[in-house]
Write a protein that binds this ligand. Sequence first.
Ligand code: AMP
Length: 217
Amino acid sequence: MRVVLLGPPGSGKGTHGNGLSAELHVPLISTGDILRQAIAEETRLGMAAQADVKAGRLVADETVLGLIETRLGLGDAVNGFLLDGFPRTVAQADGLAGLLQAGVAKSLDHVVNLVVSAETVVNRLRDRWLCSSCGAIYNLRSKPPKVAGQCDLCGSALKQRADDEPATVRARLEVYDRETAPLVAYYAKRGVLRNVDAAGPAEQVYGAIRRILRPAA
Ligand code: AMP
Protein backbone atom coordinates (compact mmCIF):
# COMPACT_ATOMS: atom_id res chain seq x y z
CA MET A 1 0.00 0.00 0.00
CA ARG A 2 1.59 3.26 -1.17
CA VAL A 3 -0.19 6.31 0.20
CA VAL A 4 0.30 10.08 0.39
CA LEU A 5 -1.37 11.85 3.33
CA LEU A 6 -2.16 15.34 2.05
CA GLY A 7 -3.54 18.24 4.08
CA PRO A 8 -2.48 21.43 5.85
CA PRO A 9 -0.38 21.46 9.03
CA GLY A 10 -2.56 20.24 11.89
CA SER A 11 -4.96 18.27 9.66
CA GLY A 12 -3.95 15.01 11.39
CA LYS A 13 -1.41 13.50 8.98
CA GLY A 14 0.97 12.51 11.79
CA THR A 15 -1.72 11.46 14.27
CA HIS A 16 -3.54 9.18 11.84
CA GLY A 17 -0.36 8.18 10.04
CA ASN A 18 1.07 6.68 13.24
CA GLY A 19 -1.98 4.42 13.75
CA LEU A 20 -2.20 3.48 10.08
CA SER A 21 1.49 2.65 9.94
CA ALA A 22 1.12 0.15 12.80
CA GLU A 23 -2.06 -1.32 11.35
CA LEU A 24 -0.90 -1.61 7.73
CA HIS A 25 2.69 -2.58 8.58
CA VAL A 26 4.23 0.10 6.37
CA PRO A 27 6.54 2.92 7.53
CA LEU A 28 5.25 6.45 8.10
CA ILE A 29 7.74 8.70 6.35
CA SER A 30 7.56 12.34 7.46
CA THR A 31 9.93 14.76 5.74
CA GLY A 32 9.29 17.20 8.63
CA ASP A 33 10.49 14.57 11.16
CA ILE A 34 13.55 13.74 9.04
CA LEU A 35 14.43 17.45 8.80
CA ARG A 36 13.86 18.10 12.54
CA GLN A 37 16.10 15.16 13.40
CA ALA A 38 18.80 16.42 11.01
CA ILE A 39 18.57 19.87 12.66
CA ALA A 40 18.85 18.35 16.17
CA GLU A 41 21.89 16.32 15.07
CA GLU A 42 23.39 19.37 13.32
CA THR A 43 24.11 17.44 10.12
CA ARG A 44 24.87 19.28 6.89
CA LEU A 45 21.23 18.78 5.79
CA GLY A 46 20.03 20.07 9.15
CA MET A 47 22.20 23.19 9.02
CA ALA A 48 20.99 23.97 5.47
CA ALA A 49 17.29 23.46 6.35
CA GLN A 50 17.24 25.09 9.80
CA ALA A 51 16.30 28.68 8.87
CA ASP A 52 13.49 27.61 6.51
CA VAL A 53 11.95 25.15 9.00
CA LYS A 54 12.07 27.71 11.79
CA ALA A 55 10.27 30.33 9.67
CA GLY A 56 7.71 27.88 8.26
CA ARG A 57 9.08 28.22 4.71
CA LEU A 58 9.57 25.24 2.39
CA VAL A 59 13.00 23.63 2.14
CA ALA A 60 14.32 23.45 -1.47
CA ASP A 61 12.65 20.81 -3.66
CA GLU A 62 15.98 19.15 -4.64
CA THR A 63 16.96 18.76 -0.98
CA VAL A 64 13.67 17.11 0.00
CA LEU A 65 13.57 14.93 -3.13
CA GLY A 66 17.09 13.71 -2.37
CA LEU A 67 16.15 12.66 1.15
CA ILE A 68 12.95 10.96 -0.05
CA GLU A 69 14.84 9.03 -2.72
CA THR A 70 17.23 7.73 -0.06
CA ARG A 71 14.40 6.91 2.36
CA LEU A 72 12.21 5.08 -0.19
CA GLY A 73 15.23 3.00 -1.16
CA LEU A 74 15.47 1.48 2.33
CA GLY A 75 14.21 -2.08 2.76
CA ASP A 76 11.22 -1.30 4.98
CA ALA A 77 9.56 0.76 2.22
CA VAL A 78 9.61 -2.05 -0.34
CA ASN A 79 6.06 -3.19 0.39
CA GLY A 80 4.61 0.27 0.83
CA PHE A 81 4.73 3.52 2.76
CA LEU A 82 2.69 6.41 4.07
CA LEU A 83 4.09 9.81 3.13
CA ASP A 84 3.40 12.66 5.57
CA GLY A 85 4.28 16.19 4.49
CA PHE A 86 5.64 15.12 1.10
CA PRO A 87 5.08 16.05 -1.70
CA ARG A 88 4.41 19.70 -0.93
CA THR A 89 4.88 21.26 -4.38
CA VAL A 90 4.03 20.25 -7.95
CA ALA A 91 7.79 19.90 -8.60
CA GLN A 92 8.05 17.43 -5.69
CA ALA A 93 5.01 15.48 -6.97
CA ASP A 94 6.61 15.29 -10.44
CA GLY A 95 9.88 14.21 -8.81
CA LEU A 96 8.08 11.49 -6.85
CA ALA A 97 6.35 10.28 -10.03
CA GLY A 98 9.79 10.09 -11.67
CA LEU A 99 11.20 8.05 -8.76
CA LEU A 100 8.22 5.68 -8.91
CA GLN A 101 8.58 5.29 -12.68
CA ALA A 102 12.29 4.63 -12.31
CA GLY A 103 11.43 1.73 -10.02
CA VAL A 104 12.57 3.20 -6.70
CA ALA A 105 9.04 2.21 -5.63
CA LYS A 106 5.78 1.37 -7.42
CA SER A 107 2.95 3.81 -8.25
CA LEU A 108 0.70 5.42 -5.61
CA ASP A 109 -2.51 3.67 -4.57
CA HIS A 110 -4.22 6.58 -2.80
CA VAL A 111 -3.71 10.24 -1.97
CA VAL A 112 -5.80 10.89 1.15
CA ASN A 113 -6.66 14.59 1.36
CA LEU A 114 -7.50 15.65 4.94
CA VAL A 115 -9.88 18.61 4.58
CA VAL A 116 -10.01 21.05 7.51
CA SER A 117 -10.46 24.83 7.96
CA ALA A 118 -7.63 27.26 8.78
CA GLU A 119 -9.35 28.23 12.03
CA THR A 120 -9.48 24.61 13.25
CA VAL A 121 -5.80 24.18 12.37
CA VAL A 122 -4.62 27.27 14.30
CA ASN A 123 -6.60 26.13 17.38
CA ARG A 124 -5.36 22.55 17.13
CA LEU A 125 -1.70 23.47 16.78
CA ARG A 126 -1.86 25.93 19.69
CA ASP A 127 -2.89 22.98 21.89
CA ARG A 128 -0.54 20.38 20.33
CA TRP A 129 2.19 18.82 22.47
CA LEU A 130 4.63 16.11 21.40
CA CYS A 131 6.67 13.58 23.33
CA SER A 132 10.30 14.69 23.27
CA SER A 133 11.39 11.06 23.12
CA CYS A 134 8.95 8.86 21.12
CA GLY A 135 7.13 11.60 19.17
CA ALA A 136 3.60 10.63 20.34
CA ILE A 137 1.16 13.47 19.63
CA TYR A 138 -1.23 14.96 22.23
CA ASN A 139 -3.79 17.75 22.20
CA LEU A 140 -4.63 19.50 25.47
CA ARG A 141 -8.33 19.68 24.54
CA SER A 142 -9.10 16.55 22.52
CA LYS A 143 -6.36 14.11 23.62
CA PRO A 144 -4.69 15.26 26.84
CA PRO A 145 -1.93 13.14 28.42
CA LYS A 146 -2.98 11.23 31.58
CA VAL A 147 -0.33 13.07 33.62
CA ALA A 148 0.22 16.73 32.67
CA GLY A 149 3.44 17.25 30.72
CA GLN A 150 4.25 13.51 30.49
CA CYS A 151 3.96 11.01 27.65
CA ASP A 152 1.43 8.20 28.34
CA LEU A 153 3.55 5.75 26.35
CA CYS A 154 7.09 6.31 27.62
CA GLY A 155 6.83 8.85 30.47
CA SER A 156 9.17 11.38 28.79
CA ALA A 157 8.55 15.12 28.92
CA LEU A 158 6.17 16.70 26.41
CA LYS A 159 7.20 19.75 24.37
CA GLN A 160 5.68 22.11 21.82
CA ARG A 161 7.05 22.65 18.32
CA ALA A 162 8.58 26.12 17.86
CA ASP A 163 6.80 26.48 14.50
CA ASP A 164 3.35 25.76 16.07
CA GLU A 165 3.20 29.26 17.49
CA PRO A 166 0.18 31.07 15.84
CA ALA A 167 2.14 33.59 13.69
CA THR A 168 4.31 30.81 12.18
CA VAL A 169 1.25 28.58 11.73
CA ARG A 170 -0.35 31.37 9.68
CA ALA A 171 2.82 31.59 7.53
CA ARG A 172 2.77 27.80 7.05
CA LEU A 173 -0.90 27.93 6.03
CA GLU A 174 -0.15 30.61 3.42
CA VAL A 175 2.65 28.45 2.04
CA TYR A 176 0.24 25.50 2.01
CA ASP A 177 -2.42 27.39 0.05
CA ARG A 178 0.09 28.69 -2.46
CA GLU A 179 2.43 25.73 -2.96
CA THR A 180 0.67 22.55 -1.79
CA ALA A 181 -3.08 23.04 -2.40
CA PRO A 182 -2.55 22.72 -6.21
CA LEU A 183 -1.71 19.04 -5.55
CA VAL A 184 -5.42 18.40 -4.87
CA ALA A 185 -6.22 19.02 -8.55
CA TYR A 186 -2.95 17.32 -9.60
CA TYR A 187 -3.88 14.02 -7.93
CA ALA A 188 -7.62 14.30 -8.75
CA LYS A 189 -6.61 14.41 -12.43
CA ARG A 190 -4.60 11.21 -11.92
CA GLY A 191 -7.58 9.42 -10.32
CA VAL A 192 -5.98 8.76 -6.89
CA LEU A 193 -7.42 11.59 -4.75
CA ARG A 194 -9.66 10.58 -1.82
CA ASN A 195 -11.13 13.50 0.19
CA VAL A 196 -11.78 13.00 3.92
CA ASP A 197 -13.52 15.50 6.21
CA ALA A 198 -10.87 15.84 8.93
CA ALA A 199 -12.65 18.35 11.20
CA GLY A 200 -14.45 15.81 13.40
CA PRO A 201 -13.28 13.65 16.32
CA ALA A 202 -10.04 11.72 15.67
CA GLU A 203 -11.65 8.23 15.87
CA GLN A 204 -14.24 9.21 13.24
CA VAL A 205 -11.61 10.60 10.87
CA TYR A 206 -9.39 7.55 11.39
CA GLY A 207 -12.36 5.28 10.57
CA ALA A 208 -13.03 7.20 7.34
CA ILE A 209 -9.39 6.87 6.23
CA ARG A 210 -9.34 3.20 7.14
CA ARG A 211 -12.44 2.51 5.03
CA ILE A 212 -10.59 3.98 2.03
CA LEU A 213 -7.37 2.06 2.61
CA ARG A 214 -8.91 -1.21 3.76
CA PRO A 215 -12.43 -1.32 2.28
CA ALA A 216 -12.89 -5.02 3.10
CA ALA A 217 -11.59 -4.88 6.70
P1 AMP B 1 5.87 19.34 8.93
O1 AMP B 1 6.39 18.56 10.10
O2 AMP B 1 5.42 18.46 7.81
O3 AMP B 1 4.85 20.37 9.33
O4 AMP B 1 7.13 20.15 8.36
C1 AMP B 1 7.82 21.10 9.14
C2 AMP B 1 8.68 21.99 8.24
O5 AMP B 1 9.66 21.18 7.56
C3 AMP B 1 7.92 22.71 7.13
O6 AMP B 1 7.32 23.92 7.58
C4 AMP B 1 9.04 22.95 6.12
O7 AMP B 1 9.89 24.01 6.56
C5 AMP B 1 9.85 21.65 6.22
N1 AMP B 1 9.35 20.61 5.30
C6 AMP B 1 8.79 19.42 5.65
N2 AMP B 1 8.46 18.70 4.56
C7 AMP B 1 8.80 19.46 3.49
C8 AMP B 1 8.70 19.28 2.08
N3 AMP B 1 8.14 18.18 1.54
N4 AMP B 1 9.17 20.27 1.27
C9 AMP B 1 9.74 21.39 1.79
N5 AMP B 1 9.84 21.63 3.10
C10 AMP B 1 9.39 20.68 3.95
